[in-house]
Design a protein around this ligand. Structure first.
Ligand SMILES: [Zn+2]
Ligand SMILES: [Zn+2]
Length: 338
C-alpha cells in the first residue's frame, strides 16, 4: 500500500502535540508536559546498571568457557535463535509496527511481537515507543532523549561525550523521557499491550528460561543448559543492546546522508545486517512510516526486517504495508537539492 501523505507522522501524539512531521524539524520547544517523571530514579538506575554491566562481566565467563573447552556448537545456535527472535521483536515489532505503524496486523501477531521485543530487555514497550516517537519529534534538537549533538560541548571531547550519551548514558537520565500518555496513547489504551507492559519482568524471565531450556534440550545436561543461558541470555543481550544503542549513537554521527532530513541521521551500511536493516537510518528519518528502511535494491538486501515483513505479508499475517514509491523518493531528493 502506498502511504497516504498524512501518514508520515511517527505517532498520533506527535502529530497532535506538534502538528509537525516525524522529522521533528520545527517542532515547538519541549515542555514539562512532554516529559515523563521517573517514579524511583535510583532503583531505575540500579536496574539499568545491572542489565548493562552483567552481560559485560559474563564475557569473562565466555573466555574461561573457551579456555576450558566447554564451548558447544549448540551454544551458537541458541545465541542465533534468541538474537533473531528478540532482535526482530525490536525492529519489526517495537519500531516498525508499534512506533511507526508501517503495517497493520492481528491482535495475536501484535502480542507475539510485543513479547519478543520485551524479551530484549530494552525497557517496557510503552516507554520504548514513547521515547522513540519523541526522538523523531525533536531529532537532534533540545528534547531528543538521545541526541549525540545537543549540549555536549565542542571538539573531540564534545563528540565523545555526545556519543557516550547517545549510546548508553541517556539510559541513566530521565530529564527527556517521553510522557507516555502524550506520545503513546494508542498503546496505553490497548489492553493487551498494557498487560504485556505491566508484566515486563515475566517476559524478561521467559527470555532467559528459553535459552536455558534450549541448552538443556540440545545438550541434555545442566551444564549445557547453563552455557545456553550464557550465550542465548547474556551474550545475546550484550550484542543486541550495543547494536541497538549504535543506531542512536553511530547512525546520528557516521555514514552517508542521502536525504536532507534536517537532523544528523545517517545510513551506515556495515551496521545494516546486524541491526536487521535499522542502520539505513537516514532513509528511516526521511520516511519514518516506511516498512523498508533499505530503499535501494542493495540496501533492501541488507534489510532483514523488511524481508520478514514482506514474507509475513505474503502469508497474510500482516497487511497495509507502507511502501515509498521511487517518485516520492525522487521528490524528496529534489526538494533538498533546490
Ligand atoms: Zn534517529
Ligand atoms: Zn523510528
Amino acid at each position: 500500500m502506498q502511504s497516504a501523505p498524512g501518514a508520515q507522522v511517527a505517532g498520533p501524539s506527535v502529530e497532535d502535540g506538534h502538528g509537525q512531521n516525524a522529522n521533528g524539524v520545527g517542532a515547538g520547544p519541549v515542555t514539562a508536559h512532554d516529559v515523563e517523571p521517573c517514579a524511583n530514579e535510583t532503583a531505575d538506575r540500579i536496574a539499568t546498571g545491572i542489565v548493562t554491566v552483567v552481560p559485560v562481566l559474563m564475557l569473562g565467563v565466555v573466555v574461561w568457557q573457551a579456555w576450558a573447552e566447554l564451548l558447544y556448537w549448540h551454544d551458537f545456535l541458541v545465541f542465533a535463535l534468541m538474537y533473531v527472535t528478540t532482535g526482530l521483536g525490536i525492529t519489526v515489532g517495537f519500531h516498525r509496527h508499534f512506533t511507526h505503524r508501517a503495517f497493520a496486523t492481528s491482535k495475536p501477531v501484535r502480542a507475539t511481537l510485543a513479547v519478543m521485543g520485551t524479551m530484549a530487555i530494552e525497557g517496557p514497550i510503552t516507554a520504548w515507543v514513547a521515547d522513540h516517537r519523541k526522538h523523531h519529534a525533536f531529532s537532534d534538537q533540545h528534547g531528543d532523549p538521545h541526541s549525540p549533538h545537543v549540549d555536549h560541548g565542542h571538539g573531540l571531547r564534545g563528540a565523545l561525550r555526545g556519543l557516550a550519551h547517545a549510546h548508553v548514558g541517556w539510559l541513566f537520565l530521565h530529564t527527556q523521557r517521553a510522557n507516555k500518555r502524550r506520545y503513546a496513547p494508542d498503546l496505553v489504551d490497548d489492553d493487551t499491550i498494557a498487560f504485556i507492559d505491566r508484566t515486563t519482568l515475566w517476559w524478561i524471565g521467559l527470555g532467559l528460561v528459553l535459552p536455558f531450556g534450549l541448552g538443556y534440550a540440545l545438550g541434555g545436561t545442566i551444564q549445557t543448559a547453563l552455557t545456553g543461558l550464557l550465550w542465548g541470555g547474556a551474550m545475546r543481550i550484550l550484542l543486541l543492546h550495543h547494536v541497538t544503542y549504535s543506531i542512536n549513537s553511530l547512525c546520528h554521527f557516521f555514514g552517508r546522508r542521502r536525504f536532507d532530513t534536517g537532523d544528523q541521521s545517517r545510513n551506515l551500511a556495515w551496521l545494516a545486517p546486524l541491526t536487521f536493516g535499522e542502520a539505513w537510518h537516514n532513509n528511516h528519518h526521511a520516511f519514518p512510516t516506511s516498512a523498508a528502511h533499505g530503499l535501494r535494491w542493495y540496501e533492501r538486501a541488507l534489510d532483514p526486517s523488511a524481508i520478514v515483513i514482506g514474507a509475513l505479508r505474503r502469508l497474510g499475517l500482516v497487511w497495509d504495508v507502507v511502501t515509498i514509491s521511487g517518485e516520492r523518493q525522487a521528490a524528496k531528493l529534489a526538494t533538498a537539492a533546490r
